[in-house]
Ligand binder design. Sequence first.
Ligand code: FDA
Length: 310
Amino acid sequence: MLRSFFLYLSAAGWARRLLMALPFATRVSRRFVAGETLDNAIEVTQKLNEKGLMASLDLLGESVHNEADAKRATDNYLALLEKMAATGVKAYASLKLTALGLGVSEDICVLNMRRILTRARELGHFIRIDMEGSAYTEKTLKVFRTLREDYEFSNVGIVIQSYLRRSEQDMRELAAEGSSVRLVKGAYKEPAEVAFPEKADVDANYVKLMEQYLSAEARAKGAYLAVATHDEKMIDAAKRFVEQNHIGKDQFEFQMLYGVRGALQESLAAEGYQMRVYIPYGTEWYPYFMRRLAERPANVWFIAKNFFRG
Ligand code: FDA
């Protein structure tokens, strides 16, 4: 119930205007967002790097409605690449295709991605394409394949959500293509026709897809998996599977969100696992922040506490 309510709010313009106008809201968003500027994001990344954690930097913003805004987002990502190279942080960039114009036109989006991937390749960087709501799944996969197959970029990866019924087939195809996949449970409000409504099914599918993607057959094709979850049951299942199958700690990685289960992030890194933290930054924090509340409504107490603190 609460999950649905927060996911509804994440897309509601009136709620966005209301919350973003509250002075305490920006402060509260800092629990999950590094700050509004690129410098804030680099600072947080450097601190995490010092603790042995890698980063995935995400400039917040999604669903632009015109070509000029998509170009602006592309330029901002190019600036991020330059800054990462100049500072030498252990990080790559994550982005949403709707921020680069996918909702306006596929051609514009591909063009913007080509600019980003070309510069990233020159700098030796990798780009992860986030996965959005199911209205964009097919389109996102299509752009991803256009970039890899038609334009021969190998420095790009994708995200698959275990709540989607189609994901098993998608993962099978992506494994055969030797793609880099970040596996998540899925953060959007989806109808039962496309997504499993029961958490137990989402979790069971997560473990199944993870094990398939870590199989010797998939890895032999070049497939690489980022196990992105805060769920200790999923993490333990991954640890068990790699141990039983003698898979090296350098052959996959764990990923978690900035502000969520920091101690667990550090303990996995201390155990020698590759651990990457997804660090969002920028002024467009509202929908991202609401999706984080939807995942864990207990976080609302954290907001309430801050509200009364003034
Ligand atoms: P689950 O929701 O079952 O949570 C397990 C436990 O983790 C909880 O009991 C709690 O202890 C803790 N926890 C989880 N979320 C929390 C929160 N917000 N605050 C505090 N504690 C929390 N989704 C998507 O659709 N497209 C994408 O591209 C991405 N990208 C992405 C990158 C990375 C690195 C991560 C970790 C996640 C995403 N996601 C995503 C989000 C993902 O789909 C999912 O919504 C969240 O990771 C929550 O699911 P868990 O796997 O953590 O399990």
